[in-house]
Every structure is written in C-alpha cells, then in structure tokens.
Ligand binder design. Structure first.
Ligand code: CP
Length: 307
C-alpha cells in the first residue's frame, strides 16, 4: 500500500524532525524548490469548508512548480450523486499524483488511502484528526521555542470536537517533559480515548480545569480553539457554550513574557483582535508555516511513492 498520512502518529519522531528541517530549508531558500514538482498534480478533495488547509496545500504545490486539481465542496463532485469515497479515490488516482482530502466523516481519508494508488493526506476528518495542522503547529512550536521537550501546553476551548487538539496531544505526547493543562467546560472535555490511550499510555501528566486565568502563569504555550458549531447536535448547546473562553489582554496580565499564543484558526471570537499585535501571538505565523510544512510533506510522500 502507498505511504499516506492519516494520523500524525504515522510519522515517527525522526520523520517529524526531518520534515521540520526540510521546511526550514524551504523557508531559507524557496527558489531551490521552484521546480521540485514540475509535471506533478495534487488533487485537493474538500467535502467540508476550508480556507487555510486547502489554499495552503494548493499554494504549496504551485510553489513547488506543480499543478492542482480541486474539488472544493461535496456538492460540486459526484459524491452528491452518491459516489463512494473508495470509488472517488480510485478515480482521482487516474488523474493526479497525490491527494489531500477533507471529509466530515471520521475515517474517510483512511478509506480513500486503502483504495487509491497514490498517497492520500488527511486534511481533517470530522472531529477526529488533522495531522497537517499539527505539522504546522509543530513547526511553529519549534520556531518559537527551539524545542519540543519540557513544555507546559495549555489547550483551551472545545477539546471534545476540536480535531486539531486531538492530533496535537498525540504528537506532543512523544516528547520528554511535556505537560498538558486542559481548559474547557465540562461538556467539551477531551474525549476519554485521548486521555486513556494517549496521555495515560505515554505517562504524560495533565490537569483538567475550567479556569483559564488560574493556570495562565504556568503556560509556555496557550493553544486556543473555536467551539465547533458544525459538530453540535443542537444550536441551543452551541449558543450556551460558544463564548466560554475569550482571550483578552486583561486575561494575559499574569502570563509569561515568552508565552506563545496559538490557534489553528478560523477564529470566531475566542481571541480578541486586541491581542493580534501582541508579540506573543503566533496564529498568523501558524498559517504561513502551514504552507511550508505542507511543501515538505508533499515532497516526502511523492519521493517515497517513487514519483
Ligand atoms: N486550520 C484549519 O484547518 O483551517 P481551515 O478550516 O480554514 O482549513
């Protein structure tokens, strides 16, 4: 079977280091890569809305000298006529060299990967995983902190449905000295499989709290997330929980001077725009880093596929 990226743990720690180093090399000398994917095609199959992930994949492929075929919504493809993910993957394998797929159903990119004859990258599946956002987050953490070890990471907001949080916890649980502070309302706590199968199994210490200000002074990283309206079963619950945490300059009074404030975006109102000019705000750096790390990933998977 072709090497794909479905879960961040599909990549070893050594491979993450290689991807970060490759992204740093691209940042330092983008011209060196301008023809690296000449004649190659990336298919972006997005059955859920996206701005950053789809456009950064497409920008990444163009900057590598390649081309892009794009499905930007389920309604514009034969999925709307009932075509299966498996048949879609087989079909797109006839036209492209690599696929990036986002789908509302958890596991859909995996199904695509076992039916495609080209590499498949999970660009977000339901409330499950978002490994390339995690790669963008890891590159950002490495650039800001210079390390992955010995960090206290606060993750705040919708820890139940936030797939970026699940992938980030999986990735960071492999490093020494990492500790998590999980900040959420009771109803939006991290799923028990993440606590049991990831945190407990890796021996990673964590605390759960509803009070962001109380834990603020401990944090090296504060990873804010949006309450995922699209995953709620009823609007009433969403409206009650959506403003659980709004980061304002006042709430940062006791934060460290070297805190890194991250957010996968899109933001609704969990971070006040008054924080955007704070030197600790990293969320637009994450956006740019996302393009470079996806360039590195496309190069790696195409090389391994012999393309
Ligand atoms: N972070 C992220 O996945 O953003 P999009 O939904 O805009 O792709």
């Amino acid at each position: 079977m072709m090497r794909s990226l479905i879960n961040i743990l599909d990549l070893s720690v050594a491979e993450i280091d290689e991807l970060v180093a490759a992204a740093e090399d691209i940042i330092a000398d983008p011209g060196k890569y301008a023809d690296a994917c000449r004649g190659k095609k990336l298919a972006t199959l997005f059955f859920e809305p996206s701005t950053r992930t789809r456009l950064s994949f497409e920008a990444a492929m163009y900057e590598l000298g390649g081309n892009v075929l794009s499905v930007s919504s389920g309604s514009s493809s034969s999925a709307a006529k009932g075509e299966s993910v498996a048949d879609t993957a087989r079909t797109v394998s006839c036209y492209a060299d690599i696929i990036a797929m986002r789908h509302p159903k958890e596991g859909a990119p995996y199904v695509a990967s076992i039916n495609a004859s080209i590499p498949v990258i999970n660009a977000g599946d339901g409330g499950h995983n978002h490994p390339t956002q995690t790669l963008a987050d890891l590159l950002t953490i490495h650039r800001e902190k210079g390390r992955f070890e010995n960090l206290t990471i606060g993750v705040c907001g919708d820890l139940k449905f936030g797939r970026t949080v699940h992938s980030l916890i999986q990735a960071m649980s492999r490093y020494e000295g990492v500790r998590f502070v999980l900040i959420s309302p009771e109803e939006l706590k991290v799923p028990s499989y993440v606590k049991k199968d990831v945190l407990a199994r890796s021996g990673i210490p964590y605390v759960q709290t509803e009070n962001m200000e109380e834990v603020m002074p401990e944090l090296d990283i504060l990873y804010m997330t949006r309450v995922q309206r699209e995953r709620f079963f009823n609007e009433e619950d969403y409206l009650r929980l959506k403003d659980s945490y709004i980061l304002t300059p006042k709430k940062l009074v006791n934060a460290r001077a070297d805190l890194s404030i991250m957010h996968p975006l899109p933001r609704v109102n969990e971070i006040s725009v008054a924080i955007d000019d704070d030197p600790r705000a990293c969320y637009f750096k994450q956006v740019l880093n996302g393009k470079y790390i996806r360039m590195a990933l496309i190069l790696k998977l195409l090389k391994e596929a012999g393309k």
